[in-house]
Design a protein. Structure first.
Length: 89
């Protein structure tokens, strides 16, 4: 969560720089247009979508985690101790 939030903050400047480098047009909204309800809703929705995407990207490492590794190791240790006990007898 922390990494995705930091990435979102640091990438904001990178996105602005990329937009400037690509010579994409600036919004050129007037102060009245910036204060419109639809503008504020779109701004908030865009921010929320950005946070959700950042969180989803941050959670991608969960796909690579081996959640059953501890159980397998515990079971292997139990079987090893049972095998050792049987062999020693």
């Amino acid at each position: 969560q922390i990494f995705s939030d930091v990435a979102g903050i640091t990438c904001g400047g990178a996105v602005d720089a990329l937009v400037a480098r690509l010579n994409l047009p600036y919004h050129n909204l007037t102060l009245e247009q910036l204060n419109l309800r639809i503008t504020r809703v779109c701004y908030t929705a865009g921010g929320c979508i950005g946070v959700v995407i950042g969180c989803l990207l941050g959670m991608t490492c969960l796909f690579c985690m081996d959640t059953e590794k501890a159980d397998r190791l515990k079971k292997a240790q139990e079987l090893s101790s049972v095998f050792t006990t049987i062999v020693d007898d």
